[in-house]
Design a protein around this ligand. Sequence first.
Ligand code: SAH
Ligand code: SF4
Ligand code: F3S
Length: 525
Amino acid sequence: MNEKQRLASQQIKQPNSTDVKSDANDNLDRLKQMSSDDLISRYFQTTYEPPNMRKAKKRLKKDVDIHYDFEIPEEMQNIGEGKKFMIRTYGCQMNEHDTEVMAGILTQMGYTSTDDTHDADIILLNTCAIRENAENKVFGEIGHLKPLKTENPDLILGVCGCMSQEESVVNRILEKHQFVDLIFGTHNIHRLPQLVQEAMFGKEMVVEVWSKEGDIIENLPKQRKGNIKAWVNIMYGCDKFCTYCIVPYTRGKERSRLPEDIVQEVRHLAAQGYKEVTLLGQNVNAYGKDFDFEYGLGDLMEEISKIDIPRVRFTTSHPRDFDDRLIDVLSKHDNLLDHIHLPVQSGSSDILRVMARRYTREQYLELVRKIREAMPNATLTTDIIVGFPNETDEQFEETLSLVEEVGFESAYTFIYSPREGTPSARWEDHTPMEVKKERLQRLNALVNQQSADTMKKYQGETVKVLVEGESKKDPDVLSGYTERNKLVNFRGPKSVIGEMVDVKITNTKTWTLDGEMVESAVEVN
Ligand code: SAH
Ligand code: SF4
Ligand code: F3S
């Protein structure tokens, strides 16, 4: 008996495809007679605790444990040999990085990665819940993948990420997409080996979503996407509870990694030859607030600036917690890049108040003034929501005027999307969708104009580019980003990939720059 057979014999018998079909029909009949609570608690193999929105706000800061003892159970260590996995990622950098962790775990289990769904033995959808259209995309994809399950009943199809933290989503999958094998939450990623094991050898859909926000698990393996730029989590979760936002419920409370663990990870990346790290958190300026010693983002950045890594970025900043110490540190060290993504959301103090952003238009502008004073070259970018419930024309005009006044070089703009369970989703909204769409267009036109104007200033200038690889459109063209986060396309030898080169800008577009490499600046080996 081989390892897999031994394991299988200890578990529930593995279903064959006929079992799967008749089970599915039985399931459907039983499901129709059950309430959603019944569904979750009685029928499925599950540890499901939906995030409790009322309790979430009362959560305590300090009961977070840090674990350094992650390991893959022996019987799962080679289970993936000869098999492939595919992870499709939606949402923010946080999710992108979680995907790297899951890829790391699966790789340690012997799996290799594939981009071809037909080739995959495990498909995971790492989902985002931030807006309704993000969720719709995922449900569309689940539907597309269904035929693969019929073709290959051994395929494990899993849904993870932020959507899995929502009760309504879990219910919908349980009711309408029973061919899904596995649902797990953002706090359960380190349990992937056990979950795959259960999905492989159990008959039932495996649902494991913990509402208790995760502890910090330190030594998870990571399979990073490239070898030039790397993401490094510095904290998890968010305690800001902006009234429109689902993140504090899907990601749990704020918890910071210890400085020494972060510094060690960045040192290790530098030693491996990485040229850029981006420090990640939903609200990085709250870094360290949960420690019982005085230590903040400024202190951490100071520490990291001493590491021999050419570029350090961080995202996302919250204006409320952006302090003078951080501005001071950023202005002093060349490897801490002067690009600050500082989501404003609205230019109207009244809207900001109902969003619970905890700053006014004036306070935001004052912060921008301070940043510019200390870092005259700083690039500021932002996120903006239009059509927050009952936003008036005047309030929207205030957003436009703030965009102009700050001179954002680019912005992510969104139409407000009500998220179930958040306070603002319960509010009546009298602003018609047509009006919201028109506002978004006007805002986008302004942002595009500002971006194009910024780009024009680069004509004839020489910029430093970290070369990332061939451009997506033309393999003869290389591309990379400047310190101020502008994408540059230029012709050059492939040998400069991964290097920092000087590029003279010859043409400017709305979002990108074209240029020619300044040969003398390149070291020829
Ligand atoms: N933590 C970051 C943002 C995380 S979400 C911050 O606070 O800045 C990324 C962006 O999505 C937000 O900045 C916001 O502009 C947008 N967003 C969040 N919830 C939204 C909603 N319900 N509808 C529309 N946009 C939303
Ligand atoms: Fe959401 Fe606000 Fe937290 Fe950002 S700060 S993740 S917008 S609750
Ligand atoms: Fe989406 Fe979750 Fe990120 S909701 S934006 S993937 S934190």
